[in-house]
Design a protein around this ligand. Structure first.
Ligand code: KIV
Length: 260
């Protein structure tokens, strides 16, 4: 899997599948099942470290988990999250992104839009592939006072569209769009030529991502409406992952029940 293939997926209408992984064993199962992208998400702060949010995840944590996931992955594209406060200014962003690439990432993910223009630009100038993250940005959960749907009003929706256009113009290759009304996600996906991977963003995105622990029903925290447990009806982890991939590809997930 590579960036060119993702673009072809978008053009042809084939949906892109993505799951988070934090270790070699899960990464290997997802990879063998044929997942398109494995995201080493800073959601590891929630599901591995048991924290309420992702703010305490460090660069060392991300590097450790990225190295493990790289050992279990052969085909899927590997994306690593840049953790909270690891991309405040451009030079710091570049240095930290290089550490994640050395650890095995093929792309790094940053939350936010225009406020990080310098960071996005320096990565592009240094040929580091970047994934954006708009809508609900878990690293801003304190500022926005909790995990809530974003982009409901006109102003909020316009801001997300403006940021998506800006990211695409700065060479960002993929955008994760989290927890927004399905209609807005459809509009964003139509506005840019790069793939939009939704989570809680409805059916009309170019692909879907879920936190793997959530889709396997393993949690220590409240699970949002957009999460479907794929293990319940499928018996074992491999079958659950295959069911997720099939449901995303045949567009039966996420149905309205899992959308806003
Ligand atoms: O950290 C993560 O797992 C993520 C997903 C919610 C997309 O960013």
């Amino acid at each position: 899997m590579n960036i060119e293939a993702l673009k072809v997926f978008k053009e042809s209408g084939e949906k892109i599948t993505c799951l988070t992984a934090y270790d070699a064993s899960f990464a290997s199962v997802f990879d063998t099942c044929g997942i398109d992208i494995i995201l080493v998400g800073d959601s590891l702060g929630n599901v591995i470290q048991g924290d309420k949010n992702t703010l305490d995840v460090s660069m060392s944590d991300m590097i450790y988990h990225m190295q493990a996931v790289a050992k279990g992955t052969q085909n899927a594209l590997r994306i690593a999250d840049m953790p909270y406060q690891s991309y405040i200014y451009a030079e710091q962003t570049l240095a930290n992104a290089k550490r994640l690439i050395t650890a095995g990432a093929q792309m790094v993910k940053l939350e936010g839009g225009c406020e990080h223009e310098d960071s996005f630009r320096i990565l592009q100038d240094n040929s580091i592939s970047v994934c954006g993250h708009l809508g609900l940005q878990p690293q801003s959960v304190v500022e926005i006072d909790g995990y809530r749907v974003q982009g409901r009003g006109k102003q909020g929706a316009n801001k997300i569209i403006k940021n998506a256009l800006a990211l695409a113009s700065w060479g960002v290759k993929v955008i994760v769009l989290e927890c927004v009304p399905a209609e807005l996600a459809k509009q964003v996906s139509k506005s840019v030529s790069i793939p939009i991977i939704g989570i809680g963003a409805g059916l009309d995105c170019d692909g879907q991502v879920l936190v793997s622990y959530d889709m396997l029903g393993v949690h220590v925290r409240h699970v949002p409406k957009f999460v479907k447990n794929f293990l319940t009806d499928n018996g074992d982890v491999k079958s659950a992952v295959n069911a997720f991939i099939k449901a995303v590809k045949d567009e039966s997930f996420p149905s309205k029940k899992y959308s806003y």
